[in-house]
Design a protein around this ligand. Structure first.
Ligand SMILES: [Zn+2]
Ligand SMILES: [Zn+2]
Length: 177
């Protein structure tokens, strides 16, 4: 598979026997198939060797503002959003296949956000609850988010609604809160 950003041929690195595509000789971007990111998004799930290898990528400069299409789904644009309410990383997600694209450094940034999934979920739920109390402007999205939260497996999808960064152009400016 070629890199979505710099078109360099990506290599396969293993993290606890999961094969992950990395743009090692180019920009350091990483492609995760559906559910792969979930298996490595907490720091204790990452093999130190894998993280070390990532730090040795070429770090070729790329245009990070360029919109990406999913490499697996023809003509499907990826959705860009923050990895969590802490907003340390902007990640690209395919709404069709559930794949993720992370640019160089973003996995480490995600690891620095929360100790584990429980902590992250608790923080996100509190954030959403506070939001609905204080901001009537998001009421429109309320049911959509709540439905997502009810399905705990899809918890991360809820982040699309509460942490989008540049999708829904022309719609509500989420940066307001
Ligand atoms: Zn690349
Ligand atoms: Zn896709």
């Amino acid at each position: 598979m070629n890199c979505l950003r710099c078109k360099t041929k990506m290599i396969v690195l293993e993290n606890n026997s999961i094969k992950i595509d990395v743009c090692f000789e180019g920009c350091g971007g990483i492609w995760f198939d559906w559910m792969e990111l979930k298996k490595i998004d907490e720091s204790h799930e990452a093999d130190p060797e894998f993280i070390k290898k990532l730090s040795q990528c070429s770090n070729k400069k790329v245009n990070l503002s360029e919109k990406l299409n999913c490499p697996k789904c023809p003509k499907q644009p990826m959705i860009r959003r923050f990895s969590s309410i802490k907003r340390k990383a902007e990640i690209d997600e395919c709404p069709q296949c559930g794949g993720f694209w992370l640019d160089a450094g973003e996995l480490v940034a995600i690891h620095s956000e929360y100790q584990n999934e429980t902590e992250k979920e608790a923080a996100t739920k509190k954030y959403i609850t506070d939001l609905f109390v204080t901001s009537p402007v998001v009421a429109e999205e309320h049911n959509q988010v709540k439905e997502e939260l009810d399905k705990i497996d899809k918890f991360k999808n809820a982040l699309r609604f509460i942490c989008p960064s540049n999708y829904l152009p022309g719609k509500q400016k989420w940066g307001a809160f």
